[in-house]
Design a protein around this ligand. Structure first.
Ligand SMILES: [Mn+2]
Length: 411
């Protein structure tokens, strides 16, 4: 039996990205290194035979002294436990001539820019062939699979390390474009892929997996991140288990503000909801502003860059503002136009407003557009009543003007 960890896209050494607050940058910088430590802890705890790193171990081609020393320490921890390390470089950490500036411990094995095969043997004499290659340049435009040998008959298992992207006919392929067919033909027991940061399986048999990144580094990398623990046994399918290494996640969350007459009021509501999520994770926040949110409040919120720190101690990685009613364009929906015209005169009559509005909101079409969830909150009715009436009347007027305009043109 052989057990190993598949850890792609570690991207050690964080470089700040645009649109990230200082707070968030610091969390990512520390998190990236901490996640790597967790990987090493896991390897030791699980007493695996080795770890494979199929590309983008480093974030860039330039390695800093700090990162090299950090890695040397971490690999030494593995060396002390007899755990091997197999590294192939990817498009981020490509090397034209993988000569070593660091005197790594003897357990560290780095793949050349030409496909080569290394062999691992455990105490019982069970043998694994590991084939892979390192990127010599940022882009590798051809599939490298023809260079990979088919499964070695003299070993118990054969593993492939491959940093790349599935071949596509639409975009120009730059990352060693491959097909599942090509990989299947090699008859390997496991393909450890790197490059795509979202973990996924391209095929169960043969086993072809992306382990994804170790720690999310921007708001697009939503959810938990980590590595695969792979177990290879004689005459059995590989067992592939996910283990989290992320120190925090990016999560999507929506907050609806039905009514706010001041920034303070809006702030209280946002903080109250964020409190329920906690500050462990970074929040990609979608803020839906109802029609009863004051215009000045709207303006302040809209003019605040999303990357500025706000609502501390909560970590907001992104702020997307939506107008609850506007965006759904209730009144501009063709199917509704007629109905709105019927109630328009009543909306303008103070004695009939409420009834007219409620009638409008009872329409299944309106409910569908506004959303059942919002409609069921009693506060929606309370809060949005006056503002809705104004807005509805306004929109109906605008609509009519627009129609009149187009009539003129037809003439
Ligand atoms: Mn990567």
């Amino acid at each position: 039996m052989i057990r190993f960890l598949h850890a792609a896209d570690c991207h050690l050494e964080y470089r700040p990205e645009l649109g990230q607050s200082a707070n968030l940058r610091e969390r990512i910088r520390i998190g990236t290194q901490e996640a790597f430590k967790r990987l090493i802890d896991l390897a030791i705890q699980e007493a695996v035979d080795f770890i494979v790193f199929p590309g983008d171990l480093y974030n860039s081609q330039e390695r800093s002294l700090q990162i090299l020393l950090f890695l040397k320490d971490q690999f030494q921890r593995l060396q002390d436990k007899g755990i091997q390390v197999y590294i192939s470089y990817g498009n981020h950490d490509f090397e034209s001539s993988p000569t070593q500036v660091m005197n790594w411990s003897p357990n560290v094995h780095i793949f050349d820019t030409q496909v080569e095969t290394k062999t691992f043997e455990n105490i019982k004499g069970e043998r694994v062939a590991i084939s892979g290659f390192s990127y010599p340049t940022r882009w590798v435009k051809e599939s490298q699979l023809s260079e990979f040998p088919t499964k070695d008959a003299d070993v118990d298992w054969h593993i492939g390390l491959y940093h790349g992207d599935l071949a596509s006919s639409e975009v120009q392929d730059k990352y060693a474009p491959f097909t599942i067919d090509e990989m299947s033909q090699k008859q390997y027991d496991y393909w450890a892929l790197g490059h795509i940061h979202k973990r996924q399986s391209l095929s169960i048999q043969p086993a072809i997996y992306y382990s994804g990144s170790l720690q999310a580094r921007n708001r697009k990398e939503v959810g938990d991140k980590g590595v695969y623990l792979v177990t290879l046994k004689a005459d059995a399918m590989p067992q592939v288990d996910f283990h989290s290494t992320a120190t925090f996640q990016f999560i999507n969350h929506t907050i609806t503000i039905l009514k706010a007459e001041s920034i303070g009021e809006l702030n209280d509501q946002v903080m109250q909801q964020l409190e329920q999520i906690g500050n462990e994770h970074a929040v990609n926040l979608e803020l839906i502003l109802g029609v009863a949110v004051d215009a000045d409040v709207r303006e302040v919120i809209r003019s605040t860059p999303h990357y500025e720190q706000q609502w501390l101690p909560y970590l907001i990685s992104h702020l997307h503002i939506k107008e609850a009613i506007e965006e759904k364009q209730i009144l501009l929906n063709d199917a509704l136009k007629k109905h709105f015209k019927d109630v328009q005169h009543r909306l303008n009559d103070p004695h009939q407003q409420r009834e007219a509005l409620e009638e409008l909101m009872r329409s299944p079409k309106v409910r569908e557009i506004v959303g059942q969830e919002i409609l069921e909150q009693p506060s929606f009715w309370q809060a949005s009543y006056d503002a809705s009436v104004n807005l509805l009347s306004q929109w109906i007027d605008d609509e009519q003007l627009a129609e009149e305009d187009s009539d003129d043109k037809n003439d």
